[in-house]
Structure formats: structure tokens, C-alpha cells
Design a protein around this ligand. Structure first.
Ligand code: MAN
Length: 402
């Protein structure tokens, strides 16, 4: 009974520890929930104010700039080809002039009295050719235009200053930016005040759909500000602390709801394991854990079941002179199930029958059926003094006979 008292005190202490921890965790979870909400708000607010800022990505010139670069390349390609085609045309033109000159001379200088049919045909053909209207539409003015067009951009009067377009930043042209630039001329305190006002007004306009929010690229990826990153990190850290505490709280709550026997006395034996040699094996019982069969000659341990629940068993057995034995009456049992696989048999299981004893001890092991084991065990956890009588076995709480 002294030992039982000790176990009961130990169990009560352990239970109290769990209850206290639950109390602490409940408060912790509440505080963390508030922290998470706060951190969410900080992220939202930072996101909002980031969206209102015009963040210029490096080297970006907006859509107009991209279009300008493409157009510039295309124009340059067309211009180069125009120049090439024109020089080919000029080369051919000078050959035509040369040929016409040769044929003109032939016509002037040939001797019509000399009856050469080949020369006569050539002269006739030349005369027909020279009399024909040309349809090349060539004019000097047009050529001058082509000269102008062929000049690289920036040299002539009609070229485009691509540089201006390529580096133009639409964002820099927004009204808000003009205002920001303007505010740069003001004293710092006034500038801050003004920036804040502009930001608020812009936020209202964005929220009401009057003004488009800055594109998402300003709040994500590489352009995300350090402030926003820090806010997000705080949020995720707080969220994971919260879920850790919630998990721990749930574990403790379910532990508290678990059946640890009368007065939760088995809490005190939770991590206690006892062993006994029997035949070729050493058997092990861990209270509320598992039962094991360990071959003495080596080889793998066999799990004989994991603790499932307490129960009651009526027994009628001898008690030896050493006081070791189950005796007669109802005894508390511990059921261990779903142990290791048994060849041609059920999954191993153990019924542990407990009787009052000063020392935690396995008295006897038997295998009633293949892979169905029975352990007779003494422990003070089930002792109970009753009506001045000696130590009696104890029934589970809820049964009123004892
Ligand atoms: C081993 C032991 C025995 C069990 C047989 C079943 O030898 O676990 O207790 O009866 O396996 O094959």
C-alpha cells in the first residue's frame, strides 16, 4: 500500500504537469493567434503601400520601350536592304547607259550601203527600243527622297530619335510621379506629409477601381522589397509556432483524455518495462507500451502486441507461499493487440492479468493458443486497502463493487 501511495502521488504529479502544460499552451495559442492576425495585417498593409509605390525595375522601359526597340530593328533592316537594292540598281543603270551609248554610236556610225543583214537588224531593233516609252517611273526628285530615307536615323531630318523612346519609362510619366518629383523640392517634413496624403488618395482610388494598381511585378519576384519579405517571414514563422503549439496542445489533451486506470495510477508506470526469462525467450512487458518476446540465442525480437485498453478478468488461481499469484476474484487486465505477424496464426496479442504485489514483476508467461499470450503480473498499482482488510485487487473506476 505504501508503494501504491507512491505510485498514486507520482501519477498525480505527472497528471498535474500535463494539466499545467495544457494551461500554458492554451494561453500560448491564444497569444500566437493574435500575433498571426497582426502579422497578416502587417503583410497586407505592406503589400498595399508597396503597390502604391512606383518601383522601377532595372533597365525596364515599359511596353513603349520594347516596341521602340523592335521597331528600330525593323526599320534598320528595311533601310539596309533599300541601300543595297539601290546600289544594285545604280550599277545596272550605268550598264544600260553604257550599252545605249554603244548602240547609239553603232547607229550613227554604221555604213548603210554595206549590206550587212546582222548590223541592219541590230540598228532597227535599237531604233524601236529608243522610240519606246520607258515605264521605270524614274525621277530625280524620287531619287532624292530615297537618298534621304536611306540615311541612318538621327542623321537626317526625317529620322526617329529611338533613344528617347527606348529609355522612356511610362511609370515616370504618371501623374503621381510628377507629384513625387515635385515633392522632392519641399522640406522633408512637408514632403513626408504630402507623400502620405498622395498615398492615401491613391489607395482610395485603387480600392474604388478608379486607378489601376501598379502591376504585380512591383510586389513579387526580385523587385519585392525587403520590408515585405521581412513581413512575410514574420508571418510564416508565427504561423508555424502557432501550429506547433496547437499540435502539442492536442497531444496533451488527448493524453489527458486517455484511460490510465483508477486515479490515473498507470501514468506513473508509463515508461516502466519489466522482463522475465522463460524457456528460449526473455519476455518483456512495458506498461501501456508493448509486450515482446526476445530469443535468448539471438534473432529478431517478436512484438507480442501493443497496449489497447484495460479490462477485467475473473480468475481462480493458487497463490504460492511467496505471495506471487493471481488468487481468486476479479482482476484488472491490460490488453495488448496487433503484434507481429504469426505464421499460420493471428497477429500476436497478449492479455496481461494484474494482481497486487509490492514489486512490479512478471510471474508467469503462457501461450494459451498459438501466438496468443498470457502474462500474470504483480504490481502495486492494483493494490487497494479495503475495510481494514489486507491489500486487495482493484477494479477499474466506474465499477461500484469495490
Ligand atoms: C515463435 C514464437 C512462438 C510462436 C511461434 C509461431 O516460435 O513466437 O511463441 O508460437 O513463433 O510460429
Amino acid at each position: 500500500m505504501k508503494r501504491r501511495k507512491e505510485l498514486a502521488a507520482e501519477a498525480a504529479k505527472l497528471k498535474l504537469e500535463v494539466e499545467n502544460r495544457i494551461g500554458t499552451l492554451v494561453a500560448e495559442v491564444e497569444a500566437l493567434e493574435i500575433k498571426v492576425k497582426d502579422a497578416e495585417k502587417v503583410v497586407q498593409d505592406t503589400e498595399k503601400s508597396e503597390k502604391l509605390k512606383v518601383i522601377k525595375g532595372p533597365g525596364k522601359a515599359g511596353r513603349t520601350g520594347v516596341l521602340a526597340s523592335l521597331a528600330r530593328a525593323r526599320v534598320e533592316e528595311l533601310r539596309t536592304n533599300l541601300v543595297t537594292v539601290r546600289s544594285q540598281r545604280n550599277a545596272m543603270l550605268s550598264r544600260v547607259v553604257e550599252l545605249e551609248d554603244i548602240l547609239g554610236k553603232l547607229k550613227e556610225e554604221y555604213n548603210p550601203n554595206f549590206n550587212d543583214e546582222g548590223v541592219k537588224t541590230a540598228v532597227r531593233a535599237w531604233e524601236e527600243y529608243a522610240a519606246r516609252d520607258t515605264d521605270d517611273g524614274w525621277e530625280e526628285a524620287h531619287d532624292r527622297d530615297l537618298d534621304e530615307i536611306s540615311k541612318p536615323d538621327g542623321e537626317g531630318d526625317s529620322g526617329i530619335s529611338w533613344g528617347e523612346w527606348e529609355t522612356s519609362d511610362e511609370a515616370a510619366e504618371s501623374d503621381v510621379d510628377v507629384l513625387y518629383n515635385f515633392s522632392a523640392y519641399l522640406p522633408p517634413s512637408l514632403r513626408l506629409w504630402l507623400d502620405e496624403k498622395i498615398s492615401t488618395v491613391r489607395q482610395i482610388l485603387v480600392e474604388n477601381g478608379i486607378l489601376a494598381a501598379s502591376s504585380d511585378s512591383s510586389t513579387s519576384g526580385t523587385t519585392e522589397s525587403a520590408a515585405l519579405k521581412a513581413a512575410r517571414k514574420t508571418l510564416s514563422d508565427t504561423q508555424s509556432s502557432l501550429s506547433n503549439s496547437q499540435r502539442e496542445l492536442e497531444n496533451h489533451k488527448s493524453d489527458l483524455a486517455k484511460d490510465y486506470g483508477p486515479d490515473s495510477i498507470f501514468r506513473a508506470l508509463k515508461s516502466t518495462c519489466i522482463q522475465k526469462d522463460s524457456g528460449e525467450y526473455t519476455y518483456e512487458l512495458c506498461f501501456l507500451g508493448s509486450t515482446k518476446q526476445k530469443p535468448k540465442k539471438g534473432g529478431a525480437d517478436q512484438n507480442m502486441g501493443n497496449f489497447v485498453s484495460f479490462g477485467i478478468e475473473t480468475v481462480d488461481e493458487e497463490v504460492g507461499p511467496d505471495g506471487k499469484g493471481l488468487g481468486k476474484g476479479e482482476r484488472i487486465t491490460m490488453k495488448y493487440e496487433n503484434g507481429g505477424h504469426c505464421w499460420n496464426g493471428p497477429a500476436r496479442s497478449t492479455l496481461v492479468i494484474l494482481a497486487c504485489a509490492e514489486k512490479d514483476e512478471i510471474w508467469k508467461i503462457s501461450e494459451s493458443e498459438k501466438c496468443v499470450y498470457r502474462m500474470e503480473v504483480g504490481t502495486a498499482a492494483v493494490c487497494r486497502l479495503q475495510d481494514g482488510a489486507s491489500a486487495q485487487p482493484l477494479k477499474k473506476e466506474g465499477k461500484d463493487e469495490l
